[in-house]
Design a protein around this ligand. Structure first.
Ligand code: APR
Length: 232
């Protein structure tokens, strides 16, 4: 399964590109806060963007979609089956809902990484140029532990290994416009895996899915989990 911003939308975290033009990237040029080139050029602006998102995340709470996926993970585990939950989201709402295994392919907002010593540590406060890396002591060397445009997403080997073993691939709350996640559905099709999209509206690659259901994640995901658990 791959999750996107739509899963956390009803927790108040905003999405990036909604068809009504209300996404984060309609208000910010992604090339400013979200590229490796932007950080050395304007670290203050980059930190400000992520500091605002981090503060917002800390006051947000998981919604019914996150809790339904915990229910699914728990029920499958009892049957010695497995849910691989890959998310493009950098929030920790799946973990706070109780999901035990989450693969954050675009990183985690509540972590910082050091550009000098590469140590990664938990980070819940604002991040700025005066902060010192707890590991190497360098000042101004910490960046948000997030994957920017042009950087390699995380855990791709594990993700493709899980996809090869899957019998169902589900994309939830993602516009299908950012690769590599947008390409998982075509990989799944080549592998003969059933595919399902759950989203507010048809995504950019909606026509590649065998099954599609549309509605807010807080309703559509619990309804789908009920269906899966009733049928297996
Ligand atoms: N329930 C379900 N889906 C929703 C909801 C909701 N309540 N609200 C919005 N959506 C849908 C939108 O219709 C849209 O198709 O969620 C999708 C969100 O798409 P994006 O904003 O593009 O988010 P995502 O696909 O996760 O973006 C991928 O782009 O900029 C990068 O790094 C960023 O991880 C992000 C990546």
């Amino acid at each position: 399964m791959v999750a996107g911003a739509g899963v956390s939308a009803e927790s108040g975290l905003g999405t990036f590109r909604d068809k009504n033009g209300s996404g984060i990237w309609a208000r910010f040029d992604p090339m400013k806060p979200a590229t490796p080139e932007a950080f050395p050029r304007d670290p203050v602006e980059v930190h400000a963007f992520y500091n605002a998102r981090r503060r917002n995340l800390i006051t947000a709470a998981p919604n019914a979609a996150h809790f339904a996926l915990v229910r699914l993970e728990t029920a499958l585990a009892k049957r010695r089956d497995e849910l691989t939950l890959v998310t493009q989201n950098i929030d920790d709402l799946h973990e706070r809902a109780g999901s035990r295994q989450v693969m954050h392919m675009h990183g985690e907002l509540l972590k910082a990484s050091c550009v000098a010593c590469e140590t990664i540590q938990p980070w819940r406060e604002d991040l700025g140029l005066r902060d010192r890396c707890p590991a190497c002591g360098g000042i101004g060397v910490l960046r948000p532990r997030v994957v920017w445009f042009g950087e390699m997403p995380l855990a791709m080997d594990e993700i493709y290994a899980a996809l090869r073993k899957a019998d169902l691939f589900v994309a939830i709350g993602t516009s299908g416009s950012v690769y590599p996640a947008a390409g998982f559905v075509s990989e799944a099709r080549v592998l003969g895996i059933r595919t399902r999209e759950i989203n507010l509206e048809p995504s950019d690659n909606a026509n590649q899915f065998d099954h599609r259901c549309y509605g807010p994640a807080s309703e559509a995901v619990p309804a789908w989990v009920d269906e899966v658990l009733a049928s297996t």
